[in-house]
Ligand binder design. Structure first.
Ligand SMILES: C[S@@+](CC[C@H](N)C(=O)[O-])C[C@H]1O[C@@H](n2cnc3c(N)ncnc32)[C@H](O)[C@@H]1O
Length: 201
């Protein structure tokens, strides 16, 4: 038995390495993942819906972007590949996840642009053009809301966040809560039980 969750800070389980292959934005990706990290066996279906349905940045986009709760980095890697000039902050509390993102970024030739950091490693005062997240719903509402209260205000004035959440995991109550907090929220897509939300000021 292990008390590990994918959002453990330092997973104790052995890091069985896996390769996760998927396509997004017309490109093929082959990323390393490992046990103790969220959805290490395959691209998470919610993340897949997000990357399919939300408009990926184009080559002219400079960011900076934030991948909030990056896991092994599928979203950060896709953003960095679509926008080769942009800086992408890949943030997670799980240090094994961050090690994997570093490896994946290096394999993409994007080490200098994908900044892998724990939450406190994001420079103060940096405003994000876009925040992307398949947020850690399973941490519970209180922690999820705290996380979003911390990071959504870091959007640039004209910035936007793209979030995905499962309907069975409370996507609609998350939507309602964001509106109550004063954000403009539109449900941009709904597929396979997942909602893609666009969040603006
Ligand atoms: C649903 S997973 C998504 C992972 C990855 N983006 C993907 O699509 O495969 C959510 C991630 O949020 C991370 N997380 C949990 N609490 C966090 C926090 N307070 N700050 C940043 N990341 C957190 C977890 O460790 C986990 O990797």
């Amino acid at each position: 038995m292990t008390a590990d969750h994918y959002f453990s800070v330092r997973p104790e389980t052995k890091a069985r390495r896996r390769t996760v292959r998927f396509s997004a934005g017309g490109r093929e990706f082959s990323l390393v993942a490992a046990g103790g990290v969220f959805s290490a066996g395959r691209l998470d279906p919610g993340t897949a819906v997000l990357l399919r349905k939300a408009p990926l940045p184009d080559a002219a986009s400079r960011g900076p972007f934030l991948d909030l709760g990056c896991g092994y980095g599928p979203i950060a890697c896709v953003l960095a590949a679509c926008a080769p000039e942009a800086i992408v902050y890949a943030v997670d509390v799980n240090t094994r996840a961050l090690d994997l993102v570093r490896e994946n970024a290096a394999a993409l030739g994007a080490s200098g642009r994908i900044r892998t950091v724990t939450p406190d490693g994001v420079p103060d005062g940096l405003a994000f053009q876009q925040i992307w997240s398949n947020p850690p719903i399973r941490v519970g509402k209180a922690d999820l809301y705290e996380l979003l209260r911390r990071w959504l205000p870091r959007l640039a004035p004209d910035g936007e966040a793209w979030l995905v959440a499962g309907r069975h995991l409370g996507a609609d109550s998350l939507h309602g809560w964001l509106v109550e907090q004063g954000w403009q929220v539109t449900r941009e897509a709904s597929q396979k039980g997942y909602r893609v939300l666009r969040v603006r000021r």
